[in-house]
Structure formats: C-alpha cells, structure tokens
Ligand binder design. Structure first.
Ligand code: FES
Ligand SMILES: [Fe+2]
Length: 358
C-alpha cells in the first residue's frame, strides 16, 4: 500500500518503540502495534513485558482485563495467561488445551524507551537497537526527557516521510522551529546498514522564532539541523546554534538539543508517535515541553490530512518528486527492501514446509 508495493506497509523484523519506559507500570497498557493488539505491563519484580492483547477464546481485549499477580485474567470468561503467554487457568475445565497460549514479545528497555520486536523472535538481535551513544543520549551535560506519547490517524510511513524531509520546517513550522533556509540549504547524506543520516549546515541564517525563547540574541546565527533515521522507525535529530562569523562571540554555542522521534505502526493506517528531547537545563526542557506541543500537533495534522486524501481518492496520481525528496525516497527504498526480504524468506519457509514428507 502507498507508498510501498501492494500488501506492504511496514517491516516486521525490526525494533520499534512500544512505549516510553515511564508509561509501563502495574496497570495493563493496551497498544496496537503492527496491526496486533498488545498489552504491556510491569511484573512484580519490575520486568516490563509485552504479550498479545487478544484472548484466543472469543477475541476479548486482554488489555481491558484484570491482573492476577503477574498473570492476566481475561475479563470475559476468566481464562488466565501468565507473563510468558502460557495459559494457567480455564475456569470451565481442568484440562488446559495446548493451543491456549498467547504470543509474548521480546521487549528491551533502553534509554527512555521499551523496544519491541514484532517479527520472527529468532531474528531479534538486540545489537540492532540504536545504541545510546549513537543517538546522542549520553552527551555530557544533557538531560533526556520523554515528552509526548501520541496516537496519529495516519500511516507510519507518512511520519517517516515527514522526518526524512525537513524542508517542511520553514513552512509547516514557519512560526516556530523553521525558516525558509531549512528548505533552501542543500542536504548532506550518509548511509550505513543501520541508519540514513542527513545534515544541513546553515551560515549567517535567521533564527527560527522558537529558538529565541532561550536567548536574548536576535541576530543571524550559524545552525546545524539534521536527522539520523535508524530503520525501521526511530529518528534521532540534532540541532545546534552558534554565533556567526562576524559576531564578537563567533563560534560560541547558543543552544544545542537532541530530539528523538519514534514512529511505530499501530494499524495499517494509524501509528504511535513518541517524542522525546534532551536539553542542557531543566528550565529549557520545561519551556520546550510547552512550546513544542503545537509543533508536533502540526505534524500530526499534516499526516492525518494526507491520510484522508490518499485513502479517499478513487485513484491516487503519482507524486511529483523533487531533488529534496532524495532522502525520503532512499528511506522508503530501504524499508521496501526489508519488507521484500521478509516476504521472500516467509515464502521460502512455506515452500520448504509444503515439501516436507508427511
Ligand atoms: S474471551 Fe477471553 S475467556 Fe472468553
Ligand atoms: Fe515537523
């Protein structure tokens, strides 16, 4: 499905953010992840777990059910599953049929996030999760903080596209975090097997309006704006502002920040969106938590409006691409290749199984 080949919408074999760590507690947390209902909670020993959110009996949502110790008792007829997904109790009979299990997912807590692997558990390699160093989480003097956990009524790729094309900053966010120079400045790219990076280096450029909330300086600045996309759904952003060449304090840092956007498909046409930020002082964090909410709402708005158009039109004309779409197109190709590989592997497994002697 758009913008991927028919039937594809997101890779399954990849680490996605299921929740901020701080969202997972004693209470059952329901969340759709790659078109599956999932329940997250923390066991009595503090370990966070993720299990399937659908009771195999009559499909009742297990996230709307009850915790009995570390187990979940289905709110409909009382069938109970432990934290590993094994059925431990069927109220109407003593025999527990072997098919009565629910899926349990690999879940890893790292940084501010709980990372889930929705695909083949045998391929869940923890070294594929972005390291805290490579996302700038461990920079000295910076305070990382979870900001917003949002649900967006638009497909996950629309938000990836948004984050892979920061030319939108000067227009969609023209009253806050961007200026027309975000679009007019050429981008530098770097690709490796884990991530796709883009950077813009702007010199003697106007300050975006929101950047001025942390400084009295109103003149032009030098600015770096960039994003590292870790496949398949994590974007680590870098922002840095310095006094420009002709200023008495030329080269001194005015402000620096790291932002983290995690995009996880909820259904095929909706997504979970987690935004976090790191700044040098608590005061800056507190200000940003308030001032950035309308900015994230603008991205959600754009995503939801586009989703409406692409799902409603009888026939969607091809997009008219620009040079500035290179990063987004590259990102889409990488995700499509991951999905094609998964499809080929699953077709090979099915073929192998079909040819096994009975
Ligand atoms: S639907 Fe869960 S026990 Fe019947
Ligand atoms: Fe944006």
């Amino acid at each position: 499905m758009y913008p991927f080949t028919p039937g594809s919408y997101a890779p399954r074999n990849g680490w996605y953010v299921a929740a901020f760590i701080e969202e997972i507690g004693e209470a059952l947390l329901s969340r759709w992840i790659l078109n599956q209902p999932v329940v997250l909670y923390r066991k009595a020993d503090g370990t966070a777990v993720a299990v399937e959110g659908r009771c195999p009996h009559r499909h009742f949502p297990l996230g709307e059910s009850k915790r009995i110790g570390d187990a979940i008792q289905c709110g409909y007829h009382g069938i109970t599953f432990d934290a590993a997904g094994k059925c431990t109790f069927v109220p109407s009979q003593t025999n527990i049929p072997g098919v009565y299990t629910i899926k349990s997912y690999k879940l890893v807590e790292r940084g501010l996030w709980a990372w889930i692997w929705p695909g083949d558990p045998d391929k869940a390699d923890e070294s594929l999760i972005p390291t805290l160093d490579e996302i700038g989480f461990t920079l000295p003097g910076m305070i990382p903080s979870a900001f917003y956990s949002m649900h967006v009524n638009g497909r996950y790729q629309l938000l990836n596209d948004n984050l892979l094309d920061l030319t939108h900053l000067g227009y969609l966010h023209g009253t806050s975090i961007g200026t027309p120079d975000d679009a007019a400045t050429p981008e530098e790219r770097d690709l490796n097997e884990r991530r796709l990076s883009s950077r813009r280096y702007m010199y003697d450029t106007p300050q975006p309006p929101l950047h001025m909330e942390n400084t009295d300086y109103r003149g032009p600045i030098d600015r770096i704006s960039g994003m590292d996309f870790f496949f398949p759904g994590f974007h680590s952003g870098i922002g840095e502002q310095r006094y420009p060449r002709d200023h008495a304090r030329a080269g001194d840092v005015i402000g620096t920040s790291r932002v983290w956007h995690a995009v996880t498909p909820a259904t095929k046409t909706t997504c979970n969106y987690f935004f976090a930020l790191s700044a040098t002082t608590q005061e800056r964090l507190d200000r940003a938590r308030i001032s950035l909410k309308p900015v994230l709402d603008e991205d959600s708005f754009a995503t939801e409006q586009i989703e409406k158009i692409i799902t409603t039109m009888d026939e969607l004309p091809p997009e008219l691409m620009l040079k500035s779409d290179t990063t987004a197109v590259q990102g889409r190709r990488i995700l499509q290749a991951m999905m094609d590989k998964e499809r080929a592997e699953s077709a090979a497994t099915t073929k192998e199984r079909d040819h096994e002697p009975v």
